[in-house]
Every structure is written in structure tokens, then in C-alpha cells.
Design a binder for this molecule. Sequence first.
Ligand code: HEC
Ligand code: HEC
Ligand code: HEC
Ligand code: HEC
Ligand code: HEC
Ligand code: HEC
Ligand code: HEC
Ligand code: HEC
Ligand code: HEC
Length: 323
Amino acid sequence: MRNGTVLLLLAALALAGVVCLSAPGTAAAKAATLASTDSGAPSAIVMFPVSAKPNPKGTAMTPTVFNHLNHEKAVAKCETCHHTGDPVACSTCHTIEGKAEGNFVTMERAMHATHIHKRGNGTTPTSCVSCHEDVTRKRQECAGCHNIVVPRHDAAWCASCHNVTTSITPEQLQQGIDGTLSLEQRESLAADTVHTPKPTRMLTPMDGPYKVRIDALAEKYLPNNFTHRRHVSSLMEKIRGDKLARAFHNQPETLCSTCHHRSPLSATPPKCGSCHTKDIDHRYPDRPNLKAAYHLQCMGCHKAMNVGRPKNTDCTTCHKARQ
Ligand code: HEC
Ligand code: HEC
Ligand code: HEC
Ligand code: HEC
Ligand code: HEC
Ligand code: HEC
Ligand code: HEC
Ligand code: HEC
Ligand code: HEC
């Protein structure tokens, strides 16, 4: 994670307003309704920024609710996460400052690290973020888009995990940071968030055009009639109800921004040609020209999703040759 980004977003996600005084006890009643796990682990757990010192940084982010039930159903082995073999709190060894038991790997690193060196013996620890990245690359229904998406890692992304909606008292927060809040209390504080439905209403295929005639270049070939609605709907259909996708695709236009990238989120995005010119613009040597932009995007997704028709070498399915 880039430090500059972190600092910027810390300010944006300040706890103010999320943590406030509340009547304790209401959350406990709701916790009773959380489904229980087979493993005996709590169903969901609030994770705090555990620290040896009462530190101001530790109160910068909204704490995180970790849904243990969903994760233990979706991940085959406990050791994938509890990488030392002992299912205890990560904060036993990974705190804000880091400590000897955890080889001074900080909590931030243990949760967010993206490039973890694989050791090939099945015991490589994984962070929240790097496992989610693996999932989006390995599952075919996710891989098409994720092969062409460069995630923004913006404030909305942080909020998918730093998501507690329950009111936490300052005393509870301090105990959380000290690591003295009981597991039962951390479970009961998680209940509200688990039960609060996500309010995001995603744009649907109907919010985009039915077909788009792409003819900015048409010369050797006839224009391409891009089946816009069919594309959006088949991509969305494949991931309907997926919990990980639902938690992270959390702005109305997120899915549209797969293809309509690098511009502010919008239901009426700019044409590709407004940034990708026919010939490479020498001010932006890394930016593909317009033909390559179309080809790389269309074909990059088709390849990652193993789309049978059109094959990338099948030139005349996308654009008929001029006679
Ligand atoms: C995939 C889940 C996930 C995402 C996404 C995520 N975090 Fe975290 N982060 C955690 C967990 C879990 C912890 C440890 C528990 C806690 O402190 O909430 C943590 C801890 C932290 C900490 C140390 C604790 C503190 O409050 O000072 C900081 C700083 C932090 N995250 C910043 C960020 C920022 C900034 C982003 C977005 C750019 C982000 N995180 C995105 C899961 C996530
Ligand atoms: C996807 C990762 C993941 C998987 C898989 C997983 N856990 Fe966990 N588990 C966690 C995290 C994260 C916590 C919260 C740790 C914290 O609070 O610092 C946790 C907490 C626990 C706790 C409470 C620890 C404490 O005392 O605070 C127990 C017990 C536990 N897990 C057991 C298991 C068992 C048994 C399995 C296998 C059936 C399992 N877990 C699978 C990530 C996982
Ligand atoms: C008993 C102590 C202990 C516990 C508990 C523990 N870890 Fe670790 N962790 C370590 C040690 C030691 C290392 C450094 C050695 C290594 O990488 O194996 C480490 C390394 C890591 C790394 C690698 C970071 C990198 O830069 O390569 C990640 C990620 C990680 N831990 C995540 C977790 C998570 C998530 C949990 C809780 C589910 C957890 N750890 C629980 C001791 C622990
Ligand atoms: C080994 C892989 C793996 C690790 C590690 C992991 N996750 Fe996940 N996560 C998943 C999978 C798979 C799902 C989808 C679960 C489902 O479909 O029920 C998921 C779903 C989620 C969701 C959305 C649904 C829900 O259960 O709330 C959030 C938020 C989330 N993870 C946060 C975290 C945080 C925070 C951590 C670290 C403490 C973490 N994950 C660690 C694989 C992982
Ligand atoms: C229609 C395209 C599309 C599909 C299909 C898709 N995603 Fe995404 N996803 C996106 C876009 C775009 C973003 C980036 C949002 C941003 O950062 O601006 C994203 C971001 C994410 C993120 C946060 C970034 C990260 O790496 O942590 C997760 C997690 C995620 N998606 C999970 C999934 C899962 C799981 C699936 C499959 C079940 C899936 N997505 C399928 C378009 C898609
Ligand atoms: C997945 C669909 C797809 C496939 C397959 C495809 N193209 Fe294209 N191609 C496009 C799109 C979209 C455009 C932009 C059309 C426009 O602006 O007129 C384009 C534009 C072009 C252009 C510039 C416009 C013109 O008419 O001169 C050429 C040349 C071209 N493609 C050649 C090829 C060749 C050769 C192949 C086979 C190796 C191929 N394409 C396969 C989608 C595709
Ligand atoms: C699979 C990729 C992809 C996805 C996902 C996608 N679009 Fe598009 N969209 C395109 C392409 C390609 C064009 C043509 C751009 C051009 O002509 O330069 C386009 C064009 C458009 C246009 C302009 C139509 C016109 O006639 O000029 C609008 C509006 C639009 N999209 C809205 C959306 C919305 C809203 C979403 C999300 C619901 C969305 N798009 C999702 C690829 C996509
Ligand atoms: C607002 C400007 C803008 C628009 C509109 C835009 N792009 Fe891009 N595109 C970029 C930038 C910026 C890059 C990254 C390269 C660079 O730094 O110049 C990029 C890179 C790409 C790449 C290379 C792979 C990658 O993601 O880095 C492809 C392929 C691409 N664009 C296709 C498209 C297509 C297809 C459309 C229309 C659906 C489109 N772009 C619309 C600005 C834009
Ligand atoms: C994010 C992934 C993705 C992108 C980007 C994408 N496609 Fe596709 N495309 C698919 C999938 C998945 C299918 C097969 C599903 C279906 O038939 O609905 C498909 C099928 C097709 C088909 C055959 C079915 C039909 O609708 O005629 C054509 C032609 C096609 N794509 C052209 C294009 C062109 C042209 C572009 C770029 C402008 C493009 N695709 C970009 C995922 C994508």
C-alpha cells in the first residue's frame, strides 16, 4: 500500500461520527441471532487496531468486521489464515507497532500486504487483500473484468473492510486497542454490521445503451456493432449474489468503470477516443492508440474468460470486411 494514499484516506475515514456514545447491551441482544460456526469460532468479530501504546493512529480508521462464518465456509483450511497453526487472534503477534512474536510484521502489513513472496510449501501467510486478489484472478467469472481492471484502492475500497456500523463507546474502543475487550463483546459488536444491508443500488444493464456502433476507425473493416446490454448483463449475471463481489462493488457505477476506466464514475462516460488517439500521443507513451485500446480491452477479457466465440484471431466476427 502506498503510504501517501493511506495518509490521505486516513483523514477521509476518520472515526468521527462512526464511534459515538450509545447504550450498551442492544448489540448483545442482536448477537444471539448470528448463525453459529461449526469450528466454534465466533460467527463475526470486530477487529481493532491493537497497540502497545494508546496511539492516535490507532483511532484513525473505522474498525473492521470480519465475518468468520462466511470465510470458514469459503476457505478450505484454517491454516491458510491461522498460518502458525494456532487459531488465536492475529493481534497476538501482529500489532500496530509489530512485535517479536510476529517477526515485527505490523498489523497493517499482515492485513493489506499485496506482494507476499510465495514459499511453495503451503505455509505462506496470506493477508486479507492478497487472498481477495487471488480469488478475483482465479475464478473465471471474475477474471475477465479483473484482468483489465486496475483497482483504485480508493476510500470506498477501504470502507468495504473498515465498515463497523455499530456504535462503539470510547471505553470499548480503548479496550479494543489495548487488546482487552473480550471475544464475546467483539462478536456482539459485529452483529449490527452483519445485519445491516448494503444500501448501494448498482446501475443495471438497462442504464447503458442496447447496442453501440463503434466506427471511429472503420476503414479496412465495417463498423463494429457492440452488444453493450448483452455484455453488461452476462457479466453481471455470472456474479449475482456473490458476497465478496457485492461487498466490494459498492458504488452504483463500479461495474461500468471496468471498461469506462480512468475517468470519474459516471453513467454517461466519455468515448474511448477522447483519451486514446488514432496515433500514439507522444505526451503519453504508455497509452495504447485507439485501435490497440479496443483490441486489448475486448480481447483481454475474452481470453481471461475463455470466451469461445469470437476467437481473438477471428477478425470478421467483430467487424465484417469491406467488400
Ligand atoms: C480487505 C480488507 C481491508 C481493506 C480493503 C483495507 N483494510 Fe485496513 N485493515 C484491515 C484490517 C482487518 C485491519 C486490522 C483491524 C483494524 O484496525 O481495523 C486493518 C488495519 C488498518 C490500519 C491500522 C489500524 C489503524 O486504524 O490505524 C490502517 C492505518 C488501515 N487499515 C488503513 C487502510 C486504508 C487507508 C485502506 C484503504 C486504502 C484500507 N486500510 C483498506 C483490513 C482492510
Ligand atoms: C479466511 C481466514 C480465516 C480462516 C479460513 C479461518 N479463520 Fe479463524 N480467524 C480469522 C481471523 C482474521 C480472526 C480474527 C483474529 C483477530 O481478532 O485478530 C479469526 C479468529 C478465530 C478465532 C478466535 C481467536 C481469538 O481467540 O481471538 C478462532 C477460535 C478461530 N478463528 C478458529 C478458526 C478455525 C477452527 C478455523 C477453521 C475451521 C478458522 N478459524 C478459519 C481468519 C480465519
Ligand atoms: C503466533 C504468532 C502469529 C500469529 C498468531 C499470526 N502470525 Fe502472521 N506472522 C507471524 C510471523 C512470525 C511472521 C513472519 C514469518 C513468516 O512470514 O512466516 C508472520 C507473517 C505474516 C504475514 C506475511 C507478511 C509478509 O510481509 O510477508 C502475513 C500476511 C501474516 N503474518 C498474517 C497473519 C494473519 C492474517 C493472522 C491472523 C489470522 C496472523 N498472521 C497470525 C506470526 C504470527
Ligand atoms: C484465504 C482467502 C481469504 C482471506 C485471507 C480473507 N478473505 Fe475475505 N473473503 C474471501 C472469500 C472467498 C470471500 C467470499 C465469501 C463468501 O462467498 O461467503 C470473502 C469475503 C469477504 C468480505 C465480504 C463478505 C463478508 O463476509 O463480509 C469481506 C468484507 C471480507 N472478505 C473481508 C476480509 C478481511 C477483513 C480479511 C482479513 C482479516 C479477509 N477478508 C481475509 C477470502 C479471503
Ligand atoms: C463487470 C466487471 C467485474 C466483474 C465480473 C467482477 N468485478 Fe470485481 N471489480 C470490478 C471493478 C471495476 C473493480 C474496481 C473498482 C475500483 O477500484 O475502482 C472491482 C473491484 C473488486 C474488488 C476490490 C479490489 C481488490 O482487488 O481488492 C474485489 C475484492 C472484487 N472486485 C471482487 C470480485 C469478485 C469476487 C468477482 C467474481 C465473483 C468480481 N469482482 C467480478 C469489476 C468486476
Ligand atoms: C473482439 C472483437 C474484435 C476482434 C476479434 C478483432 N477486432 Fe479489430 N477492432 C475491433 C473494434 C471494436 C475496432 C474499432 C472499430 C472502429 O472504430 O471502427 C477494431 C478496429 C480494427 C481496425 C481499424 C479499423 C479499420 O477498419 O481499419 C483494424 C485494422 C482491425 N480492427 C483489425 C483486426 C484484425 C486483423 C483482427 C484479427 C486478427 C481483428 N481486428 C480482430 C474489435 C475486434
Ligand atoms: C464490457 C465493457 C463495458 C461495460 C462493462 C460497460 N460499457 Fe458502456 N461502452 C463500452 C464500449 C466499448 C462503448 C463504446 C465506446 C466508444 O464508442 O468509444 C460504450 C459506450 C457507452 C455509452 C455511450 C453510448 C453511445 O451511443 O455513444 C454509454 C452511455 C455507456 N457505455 C454506459 C455504460 C453504463 C451505464 C455501464 C454500466 C451499467 C456500461 N456502459 C458498462 C463498453 C462497456
Ligand atoms: C479519461 C481518459 C480515458 C478514457 C475515456 C479511456 N481510457 Fe483507456 N487508458 C487511459 C489511461 C490514462 C491509460 C493508462 C496508460 C496511460 O498512463 O496513459 C489507459 C490504458 C488503456 C489500456 C491499456 C491497459 C491498461 O488498463 O492500462 C487499454 C486496453 C485501454 N485503455 C482501453 C480503453 C477503452 C477500450 C476505452 C473505452 C471503453 C478507454 N480505454 C477509455 C485513459 C482513458
Ligand atoms: C469484461 C469482459 C468483456 C469485454 C471487455 C468484452 N467482452 Fe465480448 N464477450 C464477453 C463475454 C463473457 C462473452 C460471452 C457471453 C455472451 O455471449 O453473452 C462475449 C461475447 C462477445 C461476442 C459474441 C456474442 C455477441 O454478443 O455477438 C462478441 C461479438 C463480442 N463479445 C465482442 C466484443 C467487443 C467488440 C468488445 C470490445 C469493444 C468486447 N466484446 C469486450 C466479455 C467481454
